[in-house]
Design a protein around this ligand. Structure first.
Ligand code: ADQ
Length: 476
């Protein structure tokens, strides 16, 4: 088995795996790397006065990591800037929030080049290199220029945007062209892959080769769909751990005679949190007889707080939760418990299990692992119901959930009512089908399928001379 080098923006392998961390990619990658002799390279989260290019090596719960410090300007332009203010909103269809600053693009290229320069000397001949997410799209192009001929794969954890929005990005063509320095490009769903193909064929005049490959810019790249999942056994163990059980008992006691609904999301405008609260408010207006019978626990750790759009949505959510509680609460009932904090994975599992309803209603989401965690945490004899946005990648597999359009508060209100009144047999039937999907897409299946596809990617692409892959114009 070749060594696997994983590259992502942050190396967020938790020191204590049971504690987990608030981010889908972190959880998935630490689970994935355990099985391989590997190395995980990325930003340490720290800044230094002057970039050194010298990584720090550490062992994190059995995972070897290489941590790179960045300069403050790098963080501002590459991370807060191009990644979080340009690509993230654009890939989630929020052109209204997308910043098109030239300096951000320059910082993005610079940091990708720096990461490539740190990585290139660490690469051994048979290593597989697996790059994750939108922060590092051009890194393979820089690695090729440095003479790295190993197989390099890319996986996008977010949606791919529709072509008509992608072309609003200055240098969109260069970004896509740099993806052709990879041997394999993977997405969560057919829908995101179709959108990528559409750009390549309609905008860049590339061609499908009939074998899952795309030809464009004088090169060929293999593509594939690899739906990510959770570490099912690890999650079930967390659920059944002493703290998991204790948390469940606590939540069950605090929801006596009431139905608890749960939402667990990073504080992000893509997660549809405002729309969810408004839908719940609509439900409370539509069903006065349910007042006092239901409550929503919304667990939402603050994220990316240095970006204005995140401060804005945080303020709006504070106001909205306060308004709904102010309007509907009674002396012994509060409709929303809004918690801006993270919990350990075992605690989260206990919270999910106590909830009669899981609300997963993003406006656009690459996959969404919370949907899978909620299902895995349920009691098979008396499971809760998952309400899932049709715009989450997870909806492509989890059709047995109650699929909703999160932009419609009436639809959300109706779905909440339907879920709360769903007979037990129907809940069990739906849960069984959903749990099968959760098992079939376990994170180890995702990892192994991707690595196998990378190893099998056609040699013609892999065997290219580094120089022939360097045709991309190098303007910033
Ligand atoms: P995220 O946008 O971070 O991931 P998601 O897939 O839902 O979204 O993963 C969130 C993870 O963080 C879950 O494991 C969840 O349990 C955890 N988490 C959230 N809130 C928490 C809290 N308060 N305390 C503790 N843990 C918390 C990105 C993409 C997704 C894609 C993943 C993986 O945006 O679409 O599914 O990567 O590819």
């Amino acid at each position: 088995m070749p060594r696997l080098i994983v590259v992502s923006n942050r190396v967020s392998a938790p020191v204590d795996p049971a504690a987990g961390s608030a981010g889908g990619l972190a959880m998935a990658l630490s689970a994935a790397l355990k099985a391989y002799d590997g190395l995980w390279l990325g930003w340490s989260g720290d800044t230094v006065e002057t970039f050194t290019g010298e990584p720090k090596f550490e062992d994190r719960a059995g995972v070897q990591v290489a941590l790179v410090d960045l300069e403050a300007q790098d963080v501002e332009e590459y991370y807060n800037g191009y990644a979080n203010k340009t690509l993230w909103p654009l890939f989630h269809h929020r052109v209204d929030l997308t910043a098109y600053e030239r300096s951000y693009g320059e910082g993005y290229e610079r940091v990708n080049r720096r990461f490539a320069e740190v990585l290139a000397p660490l690469v051994q001949p048979d290593d597989l290199i697996w790059v994750h997410d939108y922060h590092l799209i051009p890194i393979a192009w820089h690695l090729r220029r440095l003479g790295v001929t190993n197989r390099i794969g890319f996986f996008l954890h977010t949606p791919w945007p529709v072509r008509q929005l992608l072309v609003t990005l200055p240098h969109h063509r260069r970004l896509v062209e740099s993806m052709f320095a990879y041997d394999l490009v993977g997405f969560h769903t057919e829908e995101w892959l179709d959108l990528f193909r559409d750009y390549v064929v309609s905008e860049a005049r590339g061609e499908l080769d009939g074998e899952g490959g795309l030809e464009c810019f004088g090169r060929r790249v293999q593509t594939g769909v690899f739906p990510i999942g959770i570490d099912v056994d690890g999650f079930l163990a967390a659920r059944d751990s002493p703290l998991g059980v204790r948390t469940y008992d606590r939540m069950a006691a605090s929801s006596a005679f009431r139905s608890m609904m749960v939402g667990v999301d990073r504080l992000d405008y893509s997660k549809g949190l405002e729309e969810r609260m408004v839908g719940y408010e609509q439900f409370l207006q539509d069903h006065p007889e349910k007042h006092g019978d239901v409550f929503l626990v919304q667990v939402t750790p603050i994220s990316r707080d240095e970006v204005d759009a995140y401060q804005d949505i945080r303020a709006r959510l504070d106001a909205l939760a306060g308004r709904i509680n102010g309007e509907f609460a009674d002396m012994d009932w509060q409709p929303i418990r809004y918690l801006n904090r993270t919990y350990r994975r075992d605690q989260l599992a206990g919270i999910y299990r106590a909830a009669r309803l899981g609300l997963v209603t993003p406006l656009r989401d690459g996959m969404n692992l919370v949907a899978k965690e909620y299902v895995a945490a349920q009691n098979p004899d008396d499971p809760g119901v998952l309400i899932l946005s049709r715009f989450a990648g997870a909806a492509e597999q989890m059709g047995e959930a109650l699929l909703v359009n999160p932009f419609s508060r009436e639809e959300l209100s109706d779905a909440i009512h339907k879920a709360l009144t769903m007979p037990r047999e129907e809940r069990i039937r739906k849960w069984k089908a959903l749990m099968q999907v959760v098992r079939d897409t376990d994170v180890s299946v995702w990892r192994d399928a991707y690595v196998a596809a990378l190893r099998a990617a056609p040699v013609a692409a892999n065997g290219d001379e580094a120089g022939s892959r360097s045709a991309r114009p190098d303007a910033a």
